[in-house]
Design a protein around this ligand. Sequence first.
Ligand code: SAM
Length: 387
Amino acid sequence: MTQQIPPQTNISQLAALLHKQVQTAGGISFADFMAQALYHPQYGYYIAPRDRIGKSGDFFTSSSVNRIFGHLVARQLAQMAELLTAETFQIVEQGGGEGHLALDILEALAEESPELYARSTYTLVEVSPDNCQRQRHNLNAHVGKVTWCAENDWSITSGCFVSNELVDAFPVHVVEKHSGVVQEVFVVSHEGSFAEEVRESTNPRLTEHFAWLGCGPVEGNRAEVNLVAPDWMRQVGQRIEQGFVLTIDYGYPAEELYAPHRRAGTLMCYHRHQADDNPYESVGEKDITTHVDFTALRKAGSEAGLETLWFGEQYRFLLGLGFFEELLRLEAAASDENEARALRLTLKNLIVPEAGMGETFKMLIQGKNVGTPELLCNRAIGSIPFV
Ligand SMILES: C[S@@+](CC[C@H](N)C(=O)[O-])C[C@H]1O[C@@H](n2cnc3c(N)ncnc32)[C@H](O)[C@@H]1O
């Protein structure tokens, strides 16, 4: 059955290429469509030069909101470094965007823990040449400290692997459950526009994934399956001898992600700070993203020796690491009440649950060969003096 979607008015070069491909193949999986829309070697959203992050781009990330985010992450990294015995503390960040988080972490280490800064290395793993260039520019002050390497080329003897909003950018399969059977959404061409066809799935990995996860969509619902994410997490685990993995992203545990009320999945597109759910319009000019399945990440991680040490909402992580104390310090340093109010309004985005990034955003901290340390972010909210 072909599902009509609104006709596409803005046919980019990438859309034209994809139309040809879809017609020749008689349809491609949504995962293949999304992979090209985001990562086509010439026209993909993350590959072609454009402003993506921040006011002049399509969306904000926590690290682009304010440097306090990276500074608090750095505080957690500094404690992790104390828990490790090796001289060199290796930080590897994958999918660093324009390098905001790297910059804020390095700045905070240089200011608050200069001894640790001196014995740290920072490696960026980035698939987009445009973002690599932006990272080099933004990290100019730390030249010599930062290096870049390919996805299969890094390893950590002792250190921490970090990602912020990487996993939500991995291509996903879209499925629907009908008559008890998981079917897959294919993208086809219909009267010059992209359309969707729900087909019997020919990919055994989809049903294998749900069996492995022990959870899946209920009858009649649409959902996404991120097959890249668990493979990626296993590889991350295998590349670490001793250390931590900090994964920051929006998402839910599997039971919540595949809950019956979530009838249409979580796929969203972002263009110039407008959200919509039509990935077939303005192909290559907008971000396509889905919520992350943290159960799958935890399960895959544990298969590679990564034990979950902490999992929770971003607001709890930030409060534990001193968000309020830092806010008070910055407010006291503001030149007037207007500046202090503007600061409060900006920073509020990082912790408020509903409209902001506080609750849907989660932090997953895993460890390999590090025991079960009490992490700084775990500080009880009740023990914060002015809450
Ligand atoms: C939403 S952005 C992340 C933003 C950034 N971490 C921040 O804090 O602002 C996703 C990033 O992941 C990169 N990316 C996607 N897949 C990747 C992969 N397999 N390896 C490395 N980078 C990847 C994209 O090019 C982009 O830089």
